[in-house]
Every structure is written in C-alpha cells, then in structure tokens.
Design a protein around this ligand. Structure first.
Ligand SMILES: Cc1cc2nc3c(=O)[nH]c(=O)nc-3n(C[C@H](O)[C@H](O)[C@H](O)COP(=O)(O)O)c2cc1C
Length: 323
C-alpha cells in the first residue's frame, strides 16, 4: 500500500507506533520498523539526552529500517533539556520525529535542516491547522477514543477525521481507536493517509512491558477506561483500577479547587512500577477504548501482516464486491 505517509517516511505500510511513556523503548520501535511500519522511541522516557542517544544507537543495532523519536513538549515550568534531546535526535541520524503537547515551532528549523520529517500530534482541527501553518510535514489526529491525552473537545474520530480531511493540506494519520485492518480501511476512507496505534502495540510480544499490562489490556472491554484530570484541563484516558477510582473520588469531593498535588500519589512517577514491575493497581496509566478490540498478544510482525492482509481483503473483496 502506497500513501503520502509511506512515501514521506520511507516505510512499507502506513502504520505508525505512537510514542508511549515507558513502552516506547528500542525493542518495540525496532520491531515495528522491522515489520514495515514506523516505530518510535519515546524521547522523554530516557532521562537525559545521553540516554536517548544511547537508545537511538541500540535501536539502530536492531533495525536497518527507518524509525523515529517521539518528543512530548510538556506544559511544565521546569522543562526537560529539549535542546539536548533535539541534538541527540539529529546527531543520531533519526529522520522522523513525532512531536506532541505544546507547539513545536521553535524546534522545527533545526529538525528540517537535518532532513527530519515532523509529524505533530493534535486532538483538534484548529491545532492541526496551526501545525500545518508553522510548517509541520504531517499531523497525527487523535480522536476522543484515544489512550493518553485526548484534549478537551471530546470529538470522536468519525467526525474529527473527515473534518481534518476537509481542512488540511498536509497529510495526516488517524490515531485513537485503531486496532486492525478495518480501522486502517476506515481511516483511509475518512481521508487519512495511514494510522497511528498506541494501546494495540502494548499488547504485543515485543512490547518491553510486564505481562500483567498486556493481560490487563486483553481482559479489558471498551467500557473500562476513564477520563482523569479533567478539572486540571489535562485530561487523560486511562484504564480503570483502584487508584483511578480513588483519583476520581478526589475529583468529585474537591471539585474545581483540586490541585495537582492532591492527586500526586495516583499519577506521579507511577509508570515504571506499572510498566516494568506489573503493579497494576498503583496508579493511572494511559489506555484507549480500543482495549475492547484487543483479544490477543501477537508478535508485532504477526499484527502488522494481519492488518495489511485484512485491509486488502476488505478493499478488494468486501467493498469491491458491493459495487
Ligand atoms: C501507555 C501509553 C503511554 C503514552 N505516552 C505518550 C507519550 O509519552 N507521548 C505522546 O505523545 N503520546 C503518548 N501516548 C499516546 C499514543 O502515542 C497514541 O497517540 C494513542 O495511544 C493513540 O490511541 P490508541 O491508544 O487508541 O491507539 C501514550 C499512550 C499510551 C497508551
């Protein structure tokens, strides 16, 4: 399958693995790239630019295919060493960067000069338009279904994607709720040039996370996610567990006066314990509604091959046969 996204990133299939904190290590990124998609190392999971440089090196030892780095610009006061991370990406010869969070404008000239294609993650058409206007090469449009931060507009992909298609000039991928060949064909039909998956890639053999995390996703249905941190305007879709119930109770009782400090136990620094030690009840971790469509833990290659076969069969047989 050839789309503007496969051409832009030099990949075989229009499938991207979104940045995921404490999931997007070299092992997963390389597995996705080796299977013909675009794998992404999650930049900020690496504590320092030196650690990121090393992770890029490790990934290159595992694949000779293109891979990228996710760089999330956090709305924090004490900001990470972004110039250092950008330098590690450029020096590491990476040619694809997924930016997310705050406006990446400041960093675009350096990345473009280094021949890097930048795909910015957006949860609304107006943010996507902004990304286009500042010179991003593509956008990843995250619908309300998505795991992680869906923004505050709550527009699902059945509306958001065609709105993006009628508004944008640069290519975009559909993100949020994508799981299989049906998702890919639907995304293409709605105007996207490919799809981005987060949650689905966690439940794969190569995802370097504790098996408890994978089994929790397989066991979950589409009813099992919750939105937390809405009163802080930092909404995150997470899998329901004891910590999430506690957090939501605090949100109910403290109301609009709630502060980040009130929920720090449930959200700060919990990822390593969940993802690496499998302590599933200790905090809130991102997970999409798409968990309801995830029933197994295949290898990344099995997953991607299955998606492409299913997509082709839907296009040629199911849809073609209706004409
Ligand atoms: C566990 C987890 C961690 C994530 N961490 C990040 C992150 O650090 N930066 C980012 O830009 N997106 C992050 N995301 C969002 C994904 O890149 C992707 O946009 C999202 O998962 C797509 O929705 P889906 O889960 O329905 O496929 C995360 C998602 C999950 C599930």
């Amino acid at each position: 399958m050839k789309t503007q996204i496969t051409e832009m990133f030099g990949i075989q299939h229009p499938i991207i693995q979104g940045g995921m904190h404490y999931v997007g290590f070299a092992e997963l990124a390389a597995a996705v790239s080796n299977a013909g998609g675009l794998g992404l190392i999650t930049g900020l999971t690496q504590r320092t630019p030196e650690a990121l440089a090393n992770e890029i090196k490790r990934c290159r030892e595992m694949t000779d295919k293109p891979f990228g780095v996710n760089l999330t610009f956090l709305p924090t006061v004490s900001s990470p060493d972004y110039p250092g991370y950008i330098k590690a990406i450029i020096d590491g010869g990476v040619k694809a960067v997924e930016t997310a969070g705050n406006n990446p404008q400041k960093w675009l000239p350096a990345m473009h000069e280094a021949g890097i294609k930048v795909i910015h993650k957006c949860t609304s058409v107006r943010h996507a338009l902004k990304a286009e206007s500042i010179g991003c090469d593509a956008v990843s449009v995250d619908g309300f279904e998505c795991g992680g931060h869906p923004g505050e507009d709550d527009i699902p992909n059945f509306i958001l994607l065609p709105r993006a298609a009628e508004t944008l000039k640069i290519p975009f991928v559909a993100s949020g709720g994508m799981a299989d060949g049906r998702s890919l064909v639907a995304a293409l039909a709605l105007g996207a040039q490919g799809m981005n998956m987060g949650t689905r890639f966690i439940a794969t053999k190569e995802a370097p996370v504790h098996d408890n995390v994978k089994q929790a996703i397989v066991a979950a249905s589409e009813l099992d996610t919750r939105l937390v941190m809405r009163p802080l305007r930092n909404t995150e879709r997470v899998l329901r567990n004891a910590a999430v119930d506690r957090l939501l109770e605090k949100e109910r009782t403290l109301g609009s006066g709630i502060k980040f400090e009130d929920i720090i136990d449930e959200v700060a620094g919990v990822y390593p314990r969940i993802m690496q030690k499998g302590e599933m009840e200790i905090g809130a971790w991102s997970c999409g509604m798409v968990a309801g469509l995830i029933h197994d833990v295949p290898t990344v290659k099995e997953l991607i091959d299955r998606i492409m076969l299913e997509a082709e069969s839907i296009i040629r047989q199911r849809l073609g046969g209706m004409l």
